[in-house]
Design a protein around this ligand. Structure first.
Ligand SMILES: Nc1ncnc2c1ncn2[C@@H]1O[C@H](COP(=O)(O)OP(=O)(O)OP(=O)(O)O)[C@@H](O)[C@H]1O
Ligand SMILES: [Mg+2]
Length: 396
C-alpha cells in the first residue's frame, strides 16, 4: 500500500501513531502533577524497562502533560562520564523561559537567572586538555549572582537551585518538571547529589520534580547511592504490550487511513513482535508497504517478516552489537548460548573457560554501554529484547 501514508514509526524516541497500553502510568502521572502543584507530598515517577519498550516516548508524553498544565519543563539525556551540571542548567533555563512571559515580576525571573548562571559557571571540571577550569557561557544575559548555588559542591548547588526554581513556579501556581532520560548513565557522585537535592525539596514541598527513565537496574543504581531513594520515587516498570494494546497500536492508525488487518494477520504479528513496542512498529511498517490491499492478511505478514527481521538486525540489534569490543562480543555470545533468562556470571566464565575475575572488564564495559545489566548480584541479562536470539542466529 501507499508508503507515503504508512503511519508506523519504528525508531528510538519516535512518537508512535497511537500510544497504547500505558493508561495506568498516564493516570498516575496526572495525579503526581496535580498533587505537586498543590504542595502535597508526592513521590516523583521513574520509568524503567528494556530497550525499545517505549520509555523515552512515555517520558516525552509526560513532558507534554506538564506543558499542558502550564508547567515549566526541561529535559536532559544523561551520558556516562559527563557531569549533569551543564545539562541541568540548560534544562532549567528552558523551563524558566517557558514560565517567564506569564510571570508578573520580571525581577524575580532575573534574580533566578543570575543564580542559574552562577550555578552553570561553578563547574569544577577542567576543560579537555586544560588544567584550569574553563568558564562556560551558558547564554544567560544577566550577571551571575554570588553566594548561591555556586559553591562547586553539586549537592549544595542543586538543592539551592531547585529551591529557587520551585519558588518562581510557586508564584504562578504551577510546577517545574525536569526530565532525565538514560538516568542510569549519570555518574555516581552526581546521582547522589541529585537524590539529595530531590530529598531536600520533597521536605520543603517545593513544586519541582525530577522524572526519570532508564534501564531495569536504575532502581538499584539509585538505592546504592542513597538508601532513601525508594521513598523518593515511584518506579513504574514499562513492559511489553499485552495483546489488546499491541492490536490497538496497529489497528487504530491503520483505520484512520481506511486500512485494517485480518484476525490471522494480528495473530501472526503478535507472535513475531512479542508485544515489544519497537517490534510492533517495525513489523507494522513493513507489512503496510508489502500488502497490496486492505485488509492486510497473514500471507502479507509471512512475506513481510524476513524483511522486517532484516531491518531489525541492522538498525536495532546490529547497531548495538557494533559498539562492543571483540572481548565484549565473546562475552555476549557466551551469555546468549546459555539461554534467554538472566545468567550467572560464573556460568559465563565457565562457558568461556576463563576465570570470572578476568572477565570483569568485558562485563563492566557492556554495562557501561547499556547492552547488559545486572538484574541481581551475580546475574547478568541483555537490555535488548530478543538479543540472545539475534546472536544465536548470527554466523560466528
Ligand atoms: N505504547 C506504545 N504503543 C505503540 N508503540 C510504542 C509505544 N511506546 C513506544 N512505541 C514505539 O516503540 C519504539 C521505541 O520507543 P522508545 O524509543 O521510547 O523506547 P525506549 O524504551 O526509550 O528505548 P531505549 O531504551 O532504546 O531508549 C518507537 O518506535 C515508538 O514509536
Ligand atoms: Mg529511550
Amino acid at each position: 500500500m501507499d508508503p507515503v501514508r504508512n503511519p508506523y514509526a519504528p525508531g528510538a524516541g519516535q512518537r508512535p501513531p497511537e500510544l497504547t497500553g500505558r493508561d495506568r502510568e498516564l493516570q498516575q502521572f496526572d495525579v503526581v502533577l496535580e498533587r505537586v502543584a498543590r504542595g502535597r507530598p508526592e513521590r516523583s515517577m521513574i520509568l524503567t524497562g528494556l530497550r525499545g519498550v517505549g520509555k523515552t516516548v512515555l517520558l516525552n508524553t509526560f513532558r507534554s502533560m506538564a506543558i499542558q498544565k502550564l508547567w515549566g519543563t526541561g529535559k536532559i539525556e544523561a551520558r556516562p562520564d559527563q557531569s549533569i551540571r551543564r545539562p541541568v542548567a540548560s534544562a532549567l533555563h528552558m523551563a524558566i523561559r517557558e514560565l517567564a512571559p506569564r510571570h508578573r515580576a520580571p525581577d524575580r525571573i532575573e534574580e533566578f537567572l543570575g543564580v542559574l548562571k552562577a550555578f552553570a559557571q561553578a563547574d569544577a571540571e577542567p576543560a579537555k586538555g586544560k588544567t584550569a577550569p574553563r568558564r562556560w557561557n551558558p547564554g544567560i544575559d544577566v550577571p551571575a549572582a554570588r553566594g548561591r548555588a555556586d559553591s562547586g559542591d553539586l549537592e549544595i548547588d542543586l538543592t539551592e537551585l531547585f529551591v529557587d526554581a520551585a519558588s518562581v513556579a510557586t508564584d504562578l501556581g504551577v510546577g517545574i518538571a525536569l526530565y532525565v532520560d538514560e538516568m542510569q548513565d549519570i555518574p555516581a557522585d552526581d546521582v547522589s547529589a541529585l537524590c539529595a537535592a530531590c530529598h531536600e525539596l520533597s521536605q520543603s514541598g517545593g513544586p519541582l520534580i525530577v522524572v526519570g527513565a532508564g534501564l531495569p537496574h536504575l532502581p538499584a543504581v539509585l538505592s546504592a547511592s542513597k538508601s532513601y531513594s525508594e521513598r523518593l520515587f515511584r518506579y513504574a516498570r514499562i513492559d511489553r504490550l499485552d495483546r489488546d494494546a499491541a492490536d490497538l497500536a496497529l489497528l487504530a492508525p491503520a483505520e484512520r487511513e481506511g486500512v485494517t488487518f485480518t484476525e490471522d494477520a494480528l495473530d501472526a504479528l503478535y507472535q513475531a513482535a512479542d508485544g515489544y513496542p519497537y517490534f510492533v512498529q517495525a513489523y507494522g511498517k513493513v507489512a503496510w508497504d508489502i500488502a497490496p490491499e486492505t485488509p492486510i492478511s497473514d500471507g502479507d505478514i509471512r512475506v513481510a517478516a524476513p524483511e522486517a527481521e532484516g531491518e531489525l538486525a541492522v538498525g536495532f540489534f546490529g547497531s548495538r552489537y557494533e559498539r562492543a569490543t571483540p572481548a565484549e562480543r565473546d562475552y555476549m555470545r557466551a551469555m546468549a548460548s546459555l539461554g534467554d533468562e538472566p545468567v550467572p556470571t560464573a556460568n559465563v566464565a565457565d562457558e568461556l573457560g576463563r576465570k570470572p575475575s578476568s572477565l570483569s572488564p568485558a562485563r563492566d564495559g557492556l554495562i557501561k554501554k547499556g547492552l547488559i545489566y545486572s538484574a541481581e548480584r551475580g546475574l547478568v541479562a541483555f537490555t535488548v529484547p530478543h538479543f540472545g536470539h539475534f546472536l544465536r542466529s548470527q554466523p560466528v
